[in-house]
Write a protein that binds this ligand. Structure first.
Ligand code: FAD
Length: 389
């Protein structure tokens, strides 16, 4: 089998890329280890930045998103029972976040790619990358029917997430890895509970951080900072709601938290990871395969889509003109935005956790929050980074 590009992984990165190059007339095959049902029902991120939406819209891929997504331009911080809001959209060119669950993005991208004649092989196994430094790499896989097949191609797009096979296919010593364990763990909760707020809430409490994120009119995501080493099963649903009520509580307010059935409860070890460069021979890494970021600033899915747009443009240029300029600068172009997002997320991690590393950093976090509450200039910088330039 032959194709110009083999895309490994049907997440936001792989599917955005597949749609983009399909529209440029570049043929590709997408290999995905999960079933279609699994990828279309896997709840993960849920916030798209303005520029991700603009990119999808320019490709004609945002019709349902634009109809159904909630727009958000304000977030709220709660500290010691008091709240203040930051209207980041007003502070940064009316740019807004679009709240649209990742699985809906994935569903839309699969639908559009297949409707236009695209080829996705779901439920594949034993994906193996070969001859990556030659001009004729190939990808072997076992199909859902158990048949071993090989695709010869010009390029391989490694879009298979942090635990995929693409990054480990690069010989040791080629990549420089930057990792940071934040020493913080969150219990992440998905509940069939309508949002109790119009603005994302970041709450600082002496028991630890709590977050109320928005997903849909019927589902909300919550975060609870928990002691390192905690297991999800250590927390009963009743304890989760009790802690959320306590950490979100406000003095002098009738605000209340709406409970619902908890449908997912996991512990998230907060870590950051970046590899440089994001390519090796004819293999290009995109999204979580190349970088992991904490969910604090809601950047993960957006970075994955930006990588796809950057690589898609480079491939389009290559096939249209033979120029390799975009391919050569791909890694550098993506990493600039990745590191900026990492810097902002780290800044936010330090601001919303008052007990990281030492009491000294706790005081710094308080000073940072007070600065944010009081200074229009500081808020404007926050807005630019939060909603994305
Ligand atoms: P992925 O979405 O991980 O897609 C990779 C795809 O490759 C998957 O479909 C996978 O099945 C497939 N694959 C893996 N290995 C192979 C293989 N060997 N062969 C073929 N296919 C393979 N971000 C937030 O901002 N907020 C959140 O609340 C949040 N929650 C998250 C929860 C989880 C469990 C995870 C993993 C991530 C979460 N993120 C969150 C991050 C965000 O979802 C990711 O940044 C985003 O999914 C990155 O997209 P991607 O396409 O690079 O990778």
């Amino acid at each position: 089998m032959k194709s110009a590009v083999t895309v490994v992984g049907a997440g936001p990165a792989g599917l955005t890329l597949a749609n983009l190059i399909q529209q440029s007339g570049i043929d590709c095959v997408v290999l995905e280890k999960a079933s279609r049902t699994q990828v279309e029902t896997r709840p993960r991120a849920g916030v798209l930045e303005h520029r991700s939406v603009t990119m999808l819209e320019s490709l004609g891929l945002a019709d349902r998103l634009l109809m159904e997504a909630d727009r958000h331009g304000t977030c709220e911080f709660r500290v010691s029972g008091r709240a203040f809001q930051v209207a980041y959209s007003d502070l940064y060119g009316n740019r807004q976040h679009y709240v649209y669950p990742q699985q809906e993005v994935v569903k839309d991208l699969i639908g559009s790619f297949l409707d236009a004649g695209g080829d996705i092989r779901f439920s594949v196994s034993d994906v193996e990358l070969r001859d990556l430094t030659s001009s004729t790499p190939s990808v072997a896989f076992t199909s859902a029917d158990g048949v071993r097949e090989t695709i010869g191609c010009d390029f391989v797009a490694g879009c298979d997430g942090f635990h995929g096979v693409c990054r480990p296919s690069i010989p040791e010593g080629v990549l420089t890895e930057f990792t940071h364990q934040h020493g913080i763990e969150w219990l992440t909760i998905l509940a069939e509970a309508p949002p109790s707020t119009k603005a994302v809430i970041y709450a600082l409490h002496e028991d630890g951080f709590a977050g109320h994120m928005l997903r849909s009119p019927t589902v909300s995501r919550f975060y609870l900072q928990v002691p390192v080493g905690t297991k999800a099963s250590d927390w009963t649903d009743e304890q989760v709601w009790e802690a959320l009520h306590k950490r979100f509580a406000l003095h002098d307010s009738t605000w209340s938290l709406t409970e619902g059935k908890i449908i997912e409860k996991r512990v998230l070890d907060m870590r950051s990871h970046v590899v440089e460069p994001m390519s090796y021979g004819r293999l290009y890494l995109l999204g979580d395969a190349a970088h992991i970021i904490t969910p604090v600033g809601a950047k993960g899915m957006n970075l994955a889509m930006n990588d796809a747009a950057t690589f898609g443009r480079a491939l389009t240029e290559f096939y249209a003109t033979g120029s390799e300029t975009g391919l050569k600068t791909y890694s550098e172009d993506c990493l600039r935005r990745v590191w900026r997002a990492q810097e902002f997320s780290q800044w936010m991690v330090n601001m919303i956790h008052t007990d990281v590393s030492s009491p000294f950093f706790g005081r710094l976090a308080q000073a940072r929050l007070e600065h944010l509450a009081e200074s229009p200039a500081y808020r404007a910088t926050f807005a630019e980074n939060y909603v994305g330039p």
